[in-house]
Design a protein around this ligand. Structure first.
Ligand code: PAF
Length: 279
């Protein structure tokens, strides 16, 4: 497994493989790898000749400095995991390789970033778009892999790729869960044992909500928030029921496209997100 730190090194790695007719898949990550990431790597390996995983904690996507400072990281552990998965290459750039000059780009995602994470984390998706577009320019993979847990991020990256006309296919993988239902996330490493136990209520309530579509949308939203807020360790930041294409809130179950319920919950200083498909 090659571990490369510079744009020049990863570009020549890619060029060599492309010249010999190989396809390249990219799994962008911020490290602190878990089973969700591993599922992306596995899918990438199945669909491409060469799998590159990038590990870069992107300062541009953190709207909160403490969140950036506290983001979990353990590069040795990550490299061990990736080696076990027979990853071909890990790109671990320092900040100046990704941002050799200040990146002032402003993206416009229309309705996609006006709700949920976009509303509660101003600038977050602009930062995600900066780094992902940069990684796409550097690596020029045929396919790139993202998890459905970050559903809004996935929608935004798909739109960005269309808009900039990048020659990369965005592929997604279902959320991977722990045995008690908690969605796998790098941030789970920040939970203390009590918070970790109570956090399983989030997916439990989301799954119950799936069977309650006899309630009007607004009532179901209140029901979910109330059930979770009853737990003194958990505080709902938002629970939105939205159109899977526009990500705009829906008012009725008769909505033409698919419907997804997306939630953000705080436990102590840790913020967790999850979602469930309603139809
Ligand atoms: O989902 C993540 O880990 C990050 O937002 C991503 C896509 C790697 C960009 O930094």
């Amino acid at each position: 497994m090659e571990v490369l730190k510079t744009v020049q090194a990863v570009r020549s790695f890619c060029k060599e493989h492309k010249n010999s007719g190989k396809t390249i898949g990219l799994v962008p990550t911020m490290g602190a790898l878990h089973e969700g990431h591993i599922s992306l790597v596995k899918k990438c390996k199945k669909e491409n000749n060469i799998t590159i995983v990038s590990i870069f904690i992107n300062p541009e996507q953190f709207n909160n400095k403490n969140d950036f400072r506290n983001y979990p990281h353990d590069i040795e552990r990550d490299l061990k995991i990736l080696k076990e998965q027979n990853t071909d290459c890990v790109f671990v750039p320092p900040e100046e390789e990704i941002y050799p000059a200040p990146d002032y780009r402003m993206f416009n995602f229309g309705t996609l970033d006006k709700s949920m994470e976009g509303a509660f984390r101003p600038g977050h998706f602009n930062g995600v778009a900066k780094v992902v577009s940069r990684l796409f320019q550097i690596i020029e993979a045929q396919r790139a892999y993202f998890g459905e847990k970050d559903f809004q991020q996935l929608a935004i990256i798909k739109q960005m790729v269309k808009f900039i006309n990048l020659p990369v296919e965005v592929r997604s993988c279902p959320t991977v869960r722990n045995s008690d239902g908690l969605a796998q996330s790098s941030r789970n490493a920040l939970l203390n044992p009590q918070q970790r136990t109570h956090a399983s209520l989030i997916s439990k309530v989301l799954f119950e909500a799936r069977d309650k579509k006899d309630l009007p949308v607004e009532e179901l939203k209140n029901w979910v928030a109330t059930r979770i807020n009853e737990n003194p360790f958990l505080e709902v930041e938002y629970f939105e029921i939205a159109d899977i294409e526009t990500l705009q809130p829906v008012r009725s179950w008769e909505n033409g496209n698919g419907i997804i319920g997306c939630i953000a919950v705080k436990t102590g200083n840790v913020r967790l997100i999850d979602n469930v498909f309603f139809k």
